[in-house]
Design a protein around this ligand. Sequence first.
Ligand code: HPA
Length: 284
Amino acid sequence: MTASPSPDDAVARSLAALRARSGRARGPRLAVLLGTGWQGLAERLHTPLAWGYDELPAFPALNVQGHAAQLLWGRLDGPQGPDLMLLCGRQHAYEHGNVAAMKGAIHTLAAWGVQVLVQTNAAGSLDPAMRPGALMLASDHLNLVQASPLLHESGTRRFVDLREAYCARLRQRARAAVPALHEGVYAWVLGPQFETPAEIRMLQRLGAQAVGMSTVPETILARHAGLRVLALSLITNMGCGLDGPTAAPLSHEHTLAAAQRDGQAAVQALVQVLKALADDDAGA
Ligand code: HPA
């Protein structure tokens, strides 16, 4: 029987695979994790290098529809554009209960030199004024799953300060680039079932503006690894019950259809945000 590799070994071998194909010792400063609805950004990369997640031992296997399971490295919108890594898809805790599913991927990015992680997701709105198609920057989050991806870490660094889980300066740059962005608190629920109307009312009372099934574990992992984080939600539906009893039932197909309808505009806004962040990095 062959022993499975230790997590550190899997990161080292993933890093070796990135170095071998790119011929570079370090990657770019910026990485983007593409969630449901945001995959169109991959088409905006100029002649990217690509690795399947299955070629990178620290990366997870994916089986949610609409996720490509590829890591790309390229420049956005042509040879002079911002240099970035794109993670096309994430593994979700609702698949198996493992909230640290993206740990190896994030440790690999950190070891590769990435300093900023921009996350994207699809989410339900808890704010009657924030309708499907809107985009929301996370100003903060509620970890309602009350589970941590840092559970098996040791040492004092695991006690991570999350006062600014989502970097205020990056958010300010993003809002300046795309003034229509909403901003609010993202509540993480495990799923995969959608919420009940009573749960949606509870989340509103807790002070959240959006609800979703991802992002928070990766934010915690990234902050622990020393990365700055920005998170952008594409609102695909109103929270269950907010559109009245006659609203169409929620389903994954509904989320994908809404993401399909509004994904292109979302990607365009994300491109503007990424260009602004890259300019900021150049000047920092
Ligand atoms: N709830 C939880 N996750 C979601 C939703 C929702 O209403 N919409 C998209 N992801």
